[in-house]
Design a protein around this ligand. Sequence first.
Ligand code: AMP
Ligand code: GLY
Length: 425
Amino acid sequence: MKVLVVGGGGREHAIAWMLNKSNLVDTLYWTPANGGCEDLCENPGIAADDTESLLRFAKGESIDLTVVGPEVPLVRGITDVFNAEGLCVFGPSKQGAMIEGSKGYAKALMKRRGIPTADFREFTDRASAASFLENKTPPYVLKADGLAAGKGVIVAFSQQEAETALCDMFDRKVFGESGSRVVVEEFLEGEEATVLALTDGKTIVPLISSQDHKAAYDDDKGPNTGGMGAIAPAPVVTDTVMGRVMDRILVPLVEELSSLDIDYRGVVYAGLMIKDADPYVVEFNCRFGDPEAEAVFPLMHSDLCDLILRTVRCELNGVRLDWKDAFCCDVVLASGGYPGKYKNGMPVTGVEKAEAMEEIAVFHAGTKLEGDTLLTNGGRVLNIAGTGRTLREAIDTAYRGVDAIRFEGAHCRRDIGHHALKYVT
Ligand code: AMP
Ligand code: GLY
C-alpha cells in the first residue's frame, strides 16, 4: 500500500514510525515532514492545512490511505473532501471533528448525554460573562470556543485575572474568532489523564491510558505548553477507572454521534480529570494526543496500519490490541524560551547516540535537516521516549537519552512521570 501521513510534529513522526513497521505498507509519504523523515519516508513538503494540494498529491500518486495527524485539517473537513473523491482517509468528518472544533458544541453534547464534565455556561459578550463570574468564587476556567492551538484555556485564580482574560478574548481578540464565544466552566480538582480510543462509529477500542505534563517547568509550575512529556500507561487510570471511562464517556459519546448520523471513524481523545476514581471530561479531541502518542506507540505490538484500516472500514468489532507489558516515558526537549519566544536554527547533536541506546526511540517535532546538519525548527524540538519494565526504569532510560542530546538553549522538565511513581512503588 501507499500511505500518506499528514502533519509535521512528533505525533506524526511516531505515526510514521509505526506505519513503517507494518508489512501492509510498501511506500510511506509524510508531509510536511521534519528532520525525522530521513531513512523513513518521502516528504512531498505540502502543508497540513493545504487540503487542495494534499488531494492533488493523493490522487496523482494513487495513495491508498491518508492518515491525518492534527486537528486543523480535520476541523476544516479534509475527510469529507477526500471521501467525496473516493479516497480512503483516517480521521473523523468535519461534523465529527466539532467535538474538538467547538468547546460549546462538545459541552452541549456532554450535557445532553449526561457525560460527566464541569458545569458550564456559554457567553458571546464580555459583560454577561463578567457579571456571571461576580457571583462565583475563583478559580475560574475560561475557554475560547474554537481552536486556539492549545492556548485557548485560561485558569484564572482571581476576579482581576478573569476580567483580563475576558478582555483578551472578547475585545483584544487574541484568539481571533475562536474567542468570540467563551465557555466559562467550574474548576475541577483531581489528576489529569488521557484515554485515546479508536472508533469506527460503532465499536470502541481504547488504547492504553497516558498522562501529559502540560506545564512548562518541574512541579507543574509555569505557563501551559503543548505538552512537555507523557507517560503510558497512567497508573491513576486503574481498570475501574477505564471501565467508567468506557461506560460513562466513550459509549454515550459514540452513541450520540451515531444517533446524529455523524460519520466518526478515527480517534477519540478523552482528556480527563480523575477524582476518587471518577472520570470527568476536561476536553474531547478528534485525533491522537501529542505527546501522548509518542508514549503510547512504543508499547504497541499491534500493527497500526491494520488497526487504522479496520477503523476506516468499520471492522473494529472483535479487535484486541497487543501491548508490551512495560511503561514508556516520553520527555520533550524544547527550545530556549519556549513556550514564549525562541530562536530556530540551533545545531542539534547526539540524536544518533540516543537512538542507539537500548529501549529508546527519538521522535522529531521541531527539527529540520540542512544538508547533513540537524537544526532546531520549533518550540518543541525532540521527544525522547524510553521504555522499561517499571515506570522508574522507563524514566531513567528516557533521561539517559535526553542527556546525550545537545543544542543551545535546550530545556526539558526533569520530573516527567515522577508524580505517578507514588502509585507503582
Ligand atoms: P483543555 O485545552 O480544555 O484541555 O485545557 C487545558 C488545561 O486547562 C487542561 O489540561 C487542564 O489542566 C486545565 N483545565 C481545563 N478545564 C479545566 C477545568 N474545568 N478544571 C480544571 N482545570 C481545567
Ligand atoms: N497533549 C494534549 C493534546 O494533544 O491536545
